[in-house]
Ligand binder design. Structure first.
Ligand SMILES: *Cc1c(COP(=O)(O)O)cnc(C)c1O
Length: 239
């Protein structure tokens, strides 16, 4: 089994190689370490190796770890399904929310963002592959929602996020990422400047970086296969 250090180095190498292949500047891509189902001590270990940004999907689980790790200067990204009853904790404890797909959620996040904190960084989640069961808005709904939330005072609209459908055709992996990039460019051209494309995970980060990802969200390739969530301390069931 590779060590955490080896996995971390390998993921950074993959990002670097793809960045170079895409002729993009060094540092153009930020790694968000997806730490759902991982323990606070694993997060602290990765932070010790130099990782700064961490992504969590399940709020109750995340809050336990945020509390345990409150002494570390970590940047927390909420990447999981967002519902109205979760917005307050996200607004109070996270630097980013990647999964905004409704005006109502955005308004709540804006109102609930504490005034002492900088605006919450927001990505709109787009159902880029058109899957009926996936969360996220349709691509054609993005311009309207972007315009509606661009001026909410507690938020800073940064860009778009997508989780494309799993494809076994690696040759085609770039397609949804290119669509997301073009969609973001069209929003920028309408006068709402977007600087973030949150796309690419353990299996497809190269294709995402080639198409312009600025944030890749990587879990398994960093930490290894995820344990079942119910074995983690402080984690009960799904929520
Ligand atoms: C779990 C998750 C990831 C990380 O997936 P891996 O395949 O483990 O890298 C990225 N983004 C979201 C939204 C996730 O839920």
């Amino acid at each position: 089994m590779p060590t955490l250090t080896e996995r971390f180095e390998q993921v950074k190498m993959r990002i670097k190689a793809a960045t170079i292949a895409a002729e993009r500047p060094a540092g153009a891509v930020t790694l968000v370490a997806v730490s759902k189902a991982r323990s606070a001590s694993e997060i602290a270990d990765l932070h010790r190796l130099g990782q700064h940004a961490f992504g969590e999907s399940y709020l109750q689980e995340a809050l336990v770890k945020l509390n345990t790790l409150a002494g570390l200067p970590l940047e927390w990204h909420f990447i999981g399904p967002l519902q109205a009853n979760k917005t307050r904790h996200v607004a109070e404890h996270f630097a980013w929310a990647h999964s905004v797909d409704r005006l109502k959620l955005a308004k709540r996040l804006s109102e609930q963002r504490p005034t002492g904190l900088p605006p919450l960084n927001i990505c709109l989640q787009v159902n880029i592959s058109g899957e009926p069961t996936k969360s996220g808005i349709r691509p054609d709904e993005v311009p309207k929602l972007a315009a509606e939330i661009a001026n909410l005072p507690g938020l800073r609209l940064r860009g778009l996020m997508a989780i494309p459908a799993v494809t076994d055709d690696i040759e085609q992996a770039w397609r949804p990422f290119r669509l997301l990039r073009e969609l973001a460019a069209s929003i920028t051209a309408r006068g709402i400047p977007l600087d973030t494309l949150s796309m690419g995970m353990s299996d497809d980060l190269e294709a995402a970086v080639m198409e312009g990802a600025t944030l890749v969200r990587v879990g398994t390739a960093l930490f290894g296969p995820r344990p079942p969530r119910d074995v983690l301390p402080g984690v009960t069931g799904n929520q």
